[in-house]
Design a protein around this ligand. Structure first.
Ligand SMILES: Cc1cc2nc3c(=O)[nH]c(=O)nc-3n(C[C@H](O)[C@H](O)[C@H](O)COP(=O)(O)OP(=O)(O)OC[C@H]3O[C@@H](n4cnc5c(N)ncnc54)[C@H](O)[C@@H]3O)c2cc1C
Length: 400
């Protein structure tokens, strides 16, 4: 390389760091989460308690509707920015971060991307200001990894309504949601090609929360089984086109996978921070355990793992940022989003395992913060498609 070309080549290098304005958003969300969300996290974990007014506070802080145009009450930013908010929330209260992403991405952003003007005006302002809580219902008792093929919930047209029958399970925010984006088969003969998306409000006749489910981790986020028994939903609440729900699902799932990785990143960062603090203060053999090389080795590994999760997470979020409506569910972005969440979730498991090891017996005690994080780790290898499904997606795209 000659000397003349080097400056311009240097300028052409992509930046792998956050831009100053992105760092500001991450820092502002971090401050909010540390002050407002962290104090709630212990009780949420102990009692599976849901803090009633927290969504209003998040709404007042302008931390909902990040991707949504200000015309509907959002802040007109992008998916990458919402990933930064999620990363910050996950450092301080990962259970609430999960509730936030179910509301913000699975429900709100999906409605924004796929809903018509009537639906946007009807639902987005309340979801953006936090007065209404959102959820997404895809999984069923008999339809998990094969969510589309095995779906049994049906929607039958009856005048200006659809009549929904069936059930959904493991639905995040289910027990507290006001607005649910629900998938049902409008033409069961067509299999996955006969699925449509609907908005169901919690007060619609025939809808009920069958049971709240008790979890091993992410305990403060509320999870439920939902039942639809001749549930009457106005036909105008269909999101997208009849029988074209698959594109809504698949595009939404790619974005969801890109958005789950920041949860792993935030948890990794917090676990590393807690482990460094503990290693510096805990003394054995007359010295802080941080002075032992085997503890140093773990901290170095955890740092490397966290940084690689950061790099991959940001890169894939940036690529998913401009996914066109109806895009995704196939091609490079489909494999890449599956890869980022798979890597982030598995790597987070390793980080947390070493973090508990550094904490010794105290890490095994339920009340400790590191234990709370450790109990959370498995979910992210299961929700939004299991590790096995992610591998099927990646290899399927590569072997086409
Ligand atoms: C806490 C929590 C929150 C959730 N939130 C939501 C939500 O808000 N909305 C929603 O719709 N869903 C939600 N889910 C559901 C989640 O997406 C499903 O649990 C997940 O997709 C797996 O489905 P399943 O549990 O039925 O497992 P199954 O599909 O029954 O899988 C069981 C095992 O078999 C493996 N397996 C299945 N098929 C294959 C195959 N072809 N090849 C190899 N292995 C295979 C799986 O990988 C897994 O290891 C949530 C789940 C949990 C636990």
């Amino acid at each position: 390389m000659d000397e003349q070309s080097s400056p311009s080549l240097r300028n052409a290098q992509p930046s792998f760091d956050l831009a100053p304005e992105q760092q500001e958003i991450l820092d502002a969300a971090d401050r909010f989460a540390r002050n407002e969300l962290f104090p709630l996290s212990e009780r949420m974990d102990n009692e599976e308690w849901w803090p009633e007014d927290i969504f209003l506070k998040i709404g007042e802080a302008g931390l909902f509707g990040i991707t949504v145009s200000p015309d509907y009450g959002g802040s007109g930013s992008d998916l990458f920015t919402s990933g930064l908010v999620l990363q910050a929330f996950s450092r301080w209260n990962h259970a609430l971060a999960l509730s936030w992403v179910a509301h913000e991405n699975l429900c709100l952003n999906n409605i924004y991307r796929n809903g018509n003007e009537f639906i946007r005006r009807k639902y987005l302002p309340g979801l953006c200001d936090g007065t209404r809580i959102g959820a997404l219902g895809l999984t069923e008792p008999g339809a998990g990894s094969d969510a589309l093929g095995s779906m049994r919930t049906t929607a039958r047209r009856d005048g200006d309504h659809y009549i929904l029958n069936g059930s959904k399970i493991y639905i995040t925010n289910g027990p507290v949601a006001d607005v649910l984006l629900v998938y049902a088969k409008t033409n069961p003969q067509l299999g996955p090609k006969g699925i449509s998306a609907f908005i169901v409000e919690k007060d619609y006749p025939g809808f009920r929360v069958a049971q709240k489910l008790v979890k091993m981790g992410f305990r403060g986020s509320q999870t439920a089984e939902l039942v639809f028994e001749d549930c009457r939903v106005p036909a105008e609440n269909m999101v997208g086109v009849e029988n074209r729900g698959v594109s809504v699902v698949m595009s939404g799932l790619d974005l969801e996978r890109a958005m789950i990785a920041p949860i792993c990143l935030g948890i990794c960062e917090r676990a590393l921070e807690l482990s460094i603090d503990y290693a510096k203060t805990r003394k054995q053999f007359g010295r802080p355990i941080a002075e032992f090389q085997m503890v140093q080795s773990k901290i170095a590994d955890m740092y490397v793992w966290t940084e690689t999760v950061r790099t991959f997470t940001y890169r894939v979020l940036a690529q998913a940022n401009d996914l066109e409506v109806g895009g995704g569910g196939r091609g490079h972005i489909h494999a890449l989003t599956a890869a980022s969440v798979m890597y982030a979730a598995e790597t987070m498991g390793r980080v947390l395992s070493e973090a508990v090891q550094i904490h010794g017996g105290s890490g095994y005690i339920w009340e400790s913060e590191i234990n709370r994080l450790y109990r959370s780790s498995k979910l992210l290898e299961i929700g939004a498609g299991t590790t096995e499904v992610r591998k099927m997606i990646i290899s399927g795209e590569l072997l086409k």
